[in-house]
Design a binder for this molecule. Structure first.
Ligand SMILES: [Fe+2]
Ligand SMILES: [Fe+2]
Length: 369
């Protein structure tokens, strides 16, 4: 009987606890809905952030500034507002919505950059500015005004695009966090230096009536298609990896919420890259990834959902996950991957030093409770 009474009391307490916490959360939502100032951010916003959190956010801000710069170049040449051209048509061959997606991805990166810097500032922390490194020449296309002569932070004209993310996400028994490496889906694209944007008017032009896009121009569009996914799979892993070392719940919220959109971007581009038109343009060969047979599962274009694979330990069942997510040295790893991509060809030693310092500080950050 006593046991029963205790059980009833416990359940009553549990109910009132639930009632109180529901009321509390309703109140929090109410505050969020009613106010539009900083009070909507909740109590956690008033706290200082650790040096480690600031360092992680600064590295992410730099990455976002660089992303914005490269996405802006794609938008100017093939975004929603760009005039029709052979290059834009080449991208539309991958999907009719490509120009819209390109413009939107650009807007997203810009919002990430501005948000993270504004948040750092609100915490009295140093922000990131890369404008002094805006020294690179970009495309010399003159048929679209405002492109030729504009200085850039990133170089999209000498890329060696790693396409191993394609096979990595299709593997059911390997994971880069276990030291595994993966073959490229488009091996030639990783071996040379290729442009992902038209460098001049010729590379922008339409083809003939019978062939709307020249093979070379289509090759440039295909390169861009794979580069989009390469960039965004990097963001996908970067955010998931640094999240494990942030201290403040609010900074964790920022990292998870922005990181989630990197995942959405990657998934979209992953799907579109599979539609790249099969072709040979000099040393560059795009295989037909949509071919039914003979196509191993590691190449099959419609397998865009992350294949369950080994995670944490082989003693666990396989799991569908982002990969890699190991956190050690991840910021420096991102710098190395972007450098190997060719994105910084032509940048100054000062640029590399600045970026490496930001990465080192972010990698030193440890979770403090
Ligand atoms: Fe971003
Ligand atoms: Fe991104």
């Amino acid at each position: 009987m006593k046991q029963l009474e205790t059980a009833i009391r416990k359940s009553a307490n549990r109910r009132s606890f639930l009632k109180n916490s529901l009321a509390a959360s309703a109140a929090t939502v109410g505050v969020g809905l009613l106010s539009n100032g900083l009070s909507a951010l909740g109590a956690d916003h008033d706290r200082e952030i650790t040096e480690g959190d600031a360092a992680i956010l600064r590295f992410l801000a730099a990455a976002e500034i660089l992303e914005t710069d490269l996405w802006q170049q794609y938008t100017e040449l093939a975004g929603q507002d760009a005039p029709n051209s052979g290059y834009k048509t080449g991208l539309i061959q991958l999907d009719g919505d490509m120009p819209q997606y390109i413009s939107d991805n650009t807007d997203d990166e810009m919002s990430h950059e501005l948000f993270i810097n504004a948040y750092l500032k609100s915490k009295g922390a140093k922000t990131v500015d890369l404008e002094r490194f805006r020294t690179l020449e970009g495309s010399e296309v003159t048929e679209i005004p405002g492109i030729d002569g504009k200085k850039r932070l990133t170089n999209l004209m000498e890329l060696s695009v790693d396409t191993s993310w394609w096979t990595r996400y299709r593997s059911d028994n390997q994971n880069p966090d276990f030291g595994d490496t993966f073959p490229n889906a488009v091996p030639t694209l990783a071996m040379g230096k290729f442009t992902a944007i038209p460098r001049n008017n010729t590379e922008l032009e339409f083809g003939s009536t019978n062939v709307p896009v020249h093979t070379h121009v289509q090759a440039i569009a295909n390169t861009a298609g794979f580069h989009f996914a390469f960039i965004e799979q990097g963001g996908t892993s970067l955010y998931a990896s640094v999240a494990q070392r942030v201290s403040s719940v609010e900074v964790l919220r920022i990292v998870l919420s922005i990181g989630g959109t990197e995942i959405m971007h990657f998934q979209t581009w992953h799907d579109k890259a599979g539609n790249a038109i099969p072709l040979t343009d000099g040393a560059l060969v795009f295989p037909d990834l949509t071919a039914d047979i003979p196509q191993p599962e590691t190449l099959q274009s419609n397998l865009i959902m992350p294949e369950p694979t080994i995670f944490l330990s082989k003693k666990f069942p396989v799991c569908s996950i982002i990969r890699p997510t190991a956190t050690k040295g991840v910021a420096m790893g991102a710098v190395k991957a972007l450098t190997a991509d060719g994105l910084f060809i032509g940048q100054t030693p000062d640029f590399f030093e600045f970026l490496r310092d930001l990465a080192e500080e972010a990698d030193e950050a440890r979770r403090e409770i």
